[in-house]
Design a protein around this ligand. Structure first.
Ligand SMILES: NC(=O)c1ccc[n+]([C@@H]2O[C@H](COP(=O)([O-])OP(=O)(O)OC[C@H]3O[C@@H](n4cnc5c(N)ncnc54)[C@H](OP(=O)(O)O)[C@@H]3O)[C@@H](O)[C@H]2O)c1
Length: 232
């Protein structure tokens, strides 16, 4: 039986590597992002198993169209990784309401409504695993950084949402966890913190996430786990 993983934010960074690794494991990877050219480039690396879906996840009114597009590929989904995210690094007193909405819509509202739409697909699968990608800054009592007030609090929201949904979804045998990541060498990080080059690469982080999902097998549920590389 074919296996399907949906990965949001698959056009770069961690999501791009996640898509490749699922495809290398024989999964069909349904890859969502806005930049269609990057998704086409990704598809060239595994033409049979990468399914690009060019879509802006903040277009909430268009979700029925997105779901139809996914339904044309598969009636069930084994793994959903809510990975798409944006980070605007700015002092608290310089943020506009529009920037606030953009960050909260991508980092928090989109995972909520995507999962709501995909729930019937996930219920029909065998693995039934959902991962929300959070951030260490969104976990209680961790170090916080100036400029990340909206980013980190939107990631805090996804952490709490994970704990709440685990209570509602466990009756359907679905597991949901939040992996709160530390610094990874990606486009997002280099734009937000020019000159800072963390040790951890996106492929290494993606490898960990894939292994976690496959080994977890619904043992860990409703948890927010901090996942950070060693920094010198
Ligand atoms: N890198 C780090 O140090 C770090 C640390 C903690 C947590 N994280 C989290 O890890 C996740 C992946 O980040 P990354 O570091 O790999 O960053 P990245 O390379 O910038 O990737 C972000 C992805 O999100 C997609 N995206 C953004 N807005 C979208 C929208 N409206 N609709 C659809 N897709 C959208 C982007 O694709 P398009 O631009 O093509 O739409 C891109 O593929 C994020 O949730 C981030 O918050 C990263």
């Amino acid at each position: 039986m074919k296996k399907y993983a949906v990965i949001t934010g698959a056009s770069s960074g961690i999501g791009y590597e996640l898509a490749l690794q699922w495809a290398n494991l024989g999964y069909h990877a349904i890859c969502i992002a806005r930049r269609g050219d990057k998704l086409t480039e990704l598809k060239e690396k595994s033409p049979d198993r990468i399914h690009p879906v060019t879509f802006d996840l903040v277009n909430f009114n268009e979700y029925p169209r997105l779901l139809k597009e996914i339904e044309a590929i598969t009636p069930y989904i084994d793994v959903l990784i809510n990975n798409a995210g944006i980070l605007i690094n700015k002092p608290f007193d310089e943020f506009s309401p529009d920037e606030f909405d953009r960050m909260v819509n991508v980092n928090y509202k989109a995972p909520y409504f995507l999962l709501q739409g995909l729930l019937p697909f996930i219920e029909k699968s065998t693995l039934k695993s959902i991962i929300n990608i959070g951030s260490i800054g969104g976990v209680d009592n961790t170090d916080k950084f100036p400029g990340l007030s909206i980013y980190s609090s939107s990631k805090g929201a996804i952490s709490t949402l994970t704990e709440c949904l685990a209570k509602e979804l466990s009756v359907k045998n679905i597991s949901i966890n939040c992996l709160a990541l530390g610094a990874v060498r990606t486009e997002m990080l280099s734009k937000a913190f020019p000159g800072y080059i963390p040790n951890l690469t996106p492929d290494k982080m993606a490898k960990f996430i894939v292994k976690f999902i496959l080994q977890n097998d619904q043992i860990i549920n409703g948890k927010v786990l901090q996942v950070a590389g060693v920094e010198v």
